[in-house]
Design a protein around this ligand. Structure first.
Ligand code: NAD
Ligand code: IPM
Ligand code: MN
Length: 359
């Protein structure tokens, strides 16, 4: 029996999480494994119920678990709080740091039936794309010290520090090269080495690590060019290796190329089997509570959990196959619906994937 900490969080989090659990329940029956869910509050809802975004009881549930299935946190209700108490900074970032989840995989590919939902021209998306963004998740400008704010008037100032240690770059580079070996053996490292000292360092170390992977083709690209190339011709990329903030930005762009923010799953790993699995998108306050959110990113994140933390590769593939089948059958939530086709609800999409997985 594997234990899963289920942290649905805020906004659309609980809505899409219910559908992922529905699909996991079918997977358990079909593939003969057993999961024990332990639900816990995180984010804004935890502030409301317990006075803090990451209560000790929630952290304890995560520590006792084999994996964390995470929804999303944050929203307008908590934006007025001091920054350090807000859900994103007080729950999600500490969870990533606490469990040393330095390696974030964000796979973005165009599902053929969804090509029309991609905002790119048909001739560009027609070439297809299948990209893995590998994002460093526990260092860089998100966590570097010092951070601060002081002064007043025109001289008032605030600062963050972007710092990377050799060991931090080495370990994420190894994860990216190993992932490239399981794919098309092409790695593009994204940096800003023409301006930032930390990125000159990044490039040097990625080059050093590359010596252990002579079978993987390595290229370096500046972040500004990378964001442009991604819309000009995403087909050219296989694995994109990024620091924390560039990876955050470029993965939203990659998500939209798949058709919707609601399609992009992610796995945050510690280098071993423990991980946190969450959609790359957020709590989507604009559509929360309406039963219209796309649950596929959450469902596909659950599949990544089966693959990376629970060793259930066959079940993971079956869920991904069920998603493809549902899309091929023209079942769409509002965000990916084709003109003239009535969209299904969040629940309708979860039901469709569950049924496809049963058969
Ligand atoms: P967002 O990703 O929540 O929403 C951006 C856009 O994408 C919105 O139009 C939204 O409706 C759409 N979208 C996102 N997920 C969708 C889905 N599953 N189905 C259909 N449409 C979807 O980003 P935002 O608006 O910048 O942030 C909202 C809140 O979420 C903020 O508080 C932010 O900090 C937080 N956030 C949390 C996480 C997380 O918990 N991992 C990630 C990103 C943002
Ligand atoms: C993401 C989110 C988070 C990030 C926020 C909510 C802290 O945008 O997971 O992409 O910036 O990492
Ligand atoms: Mn983001």
């Amino acid at each position: 029996m594997k234990k899963i900490a289920v942290l649905a969080g805020d906004g659309i989090g609980p809505e899409v999480m219910a559908e992922a659990i529905k699909v996991l329940d079918v997977a358990q029956k079909r593939f003969g494994f057993a999961l024990e869910y332990r639900q816990a509050d995180v984010g804004g809802i935890a502030i409301d119920h317990h006075g803090e975004a990451l209560p000790k009881s929630t952290l304890a549930a995560c520590e006792a678990a084999d994996a964390i299935l995470f929804g999303s946190v944050g929203g307008p209700k908590w934006e007025g709080l001091p920054p350090a108490q807000q859900p994103e900074r007080a729950a999600l970032l500490p969870l990533r740091k606490h469990f040393d989840l330095f390696c974030n995989f964000r796979p973005a590919r165009v599902f053929e039936p969804l090509a029309a939902a991609c905002p790119l021209r048909a001739d560009i998306v027609g070439r297809g794309f299948d990209i893995l963004v590998v994002r460093e998740l526990t260092s860089g400008i998100y966590f570097g010290q010092p951070k601060g704010r002081e002064g007043s008037g025109a001289d008032e100032r605030a600062w963050d520090t972007k710092v990377y240690r050799r060991s931090e770059i080495e370990r994420i580079a190894h994860m990216a090269f190993q992932a490239a070996r399981r794919r098309r053996r092409k790695l593009t490292s994204v940096d800003k080495a023409n301006v930032l000292t930390s990125m000159v360092f990044w490039r040097e170390i990625v080059r050093d690590v590359a010596r252990s992977y002579p079978d993987v083709e390595l290229n370096h690209i500046y972040i500004d060019n990378a964001t442009m190339q991604l819309v000009r011709d995403p087909h050219q990329f296989d694995v994109l290796l990024c620091g924390n903030m560039f990876g955050d930005i470029i993965s939203d762009e990659a998500a939209m190329l798949t058709g919707s923010m609601g399609m992009l799953a992610s796995a945050s790993l510690n280098g071993g089997s423990f991980g946190l699995f969450e959609p790359a998108g957020g709590s989507a306050p604009d559509i929360a509570g309406k039963n219209v959110a796309n649950p596929l990113a959450q469902i596909l994140s659950a599949a990544l959990m089966l693959r990376y933390s629970l060793g259930e590769e066959e079940a993971a593939r079956a869920i991904e196959g069920a998603v493809e089948q549902v899309l091929a059958n023209n079942i769409r939530t509002r965000d990916i619906a084709a003109a003239g086709h009535a969209p299904v609800s969040t629940q309708g999409m979860g039901d469709a994937v569950a049924v496809a997985l049963e058969s």
